[in-house]
Ligand binder design. Structure first.
Ligand SMILES: [Zn+2]
Length: 260
């Protein structure tokens, strides 16, 4: 037989297990993608670099607040932003340190729970991002109620994560999309729509990022590209909040704003 004679057929396909630094094979069906070491590092760095700036920006937002309500909402928004980047960094770091073939019982559990926390924090962040707009602007009845609906949806989304984590991946993405879209319904009922184009631009950046979120193993560094879109989207939304929602409110004087 020819096996082992040392002659390689030039027409034979490349062996699938060939190691590439920029991308691994796409997983079968709903399987978990295994990033290359370079992709792991990019995943850690692209959100790790945002943790410290998020802390500083939270301070800036708090000191730019002119009313108690603005101040407390900025605390919630700031904490959600820091948690989003910190949980993502912690999860990707654990993924890098304890890759599947190196996982013991403890590290497998650690990776699982950090992933769960990473996904749950996204719902918390979505609700915290919508709250400044829905609570600090005068909205019609729909917008007024949406500030509670968005938090209830986030809690339901987090509960879903704990019950069905990673079981229906496409459904998970659709749920994120729906919860993220809820606040925009309220925003179109606002009497003052200053800053809304920036909100829509940030939303569009997130939406484009979701495309890369689904392209692991197809586009090199797809997950890190998704992270960069999150970073950009969050920066645009944070700037929009800072530029249009804080400080003295000429349209809605203090006594007219409540949190009910
Ligand atoms: Zn990630």
């Amino acid at each position: 037989m020819s096996e082992g004679c040392g002659i390689v057929d030039p027409d034979a396909p490349e062996p699938s297990e060939k190691k590439r630094w920029y991308m691994n094979e796409k997983p079968q069906r709903e399987g978990m993608y295994e990033p290359t070491p370079h992709e792991h590092c990019a995943n850690i760095l692209t959100h790790g670099i945002a943790i410290l700036p998020s802390l500083i920006i939270m301070q800036v937002l708090m000191s730019a607040s002119h009313r108690e309500l603005q101040y407390y909402i900025m605390i919630i928004y700031g904490i959600a932003t820091i948690l989003l980047f910190a949980m993502s960094t912690a999860y990707h770091l654990a993924e890098y340190l304890y890759r599947p073939h190196q996982s013991t019982g403890f590290s497998r559990k650690l990776r699982y729970y950090l992933h769960l926390m990473d996904r749950s924090t996204i719902y918390f962040f979505i609700a915290a991002s919508a709250t400044p707009w829905l609570a600090l602007r005068h909205c019609a009845l729909l917008g007024k109620n949406l500030k509670w609906i968005v938090w209830v949806s986030a809690i339901l989304g987090i509960s879903y994560q704990f019950k069905f984590h990673e079981r229906y991946k496409t459904l998970e993405t659709v749920l994120y999309f729906i919860v993220s879209a809820i606040p925009y319904l309220g925003m179109i009922t606002m009497s003052d729509r200053t800053g809304l184009p920036l909100m829509l631009l940030g939303g569009a950046v997130y939406a484009i990022g979701v495309v890369f979120f689904k392209l692991d193993g197809v586009v090199p560094f797809a997950h890190a590209i998704w992270h960069v879109h999150v970073l950009l989207g969050a920066s645009i939304h944070t700037y929009a909040i800072y530029a249009t929602l804080l400080g003295p409110d000429k349209y809605n004087p203090f006594p007219e704003v409540d949190f009910d």
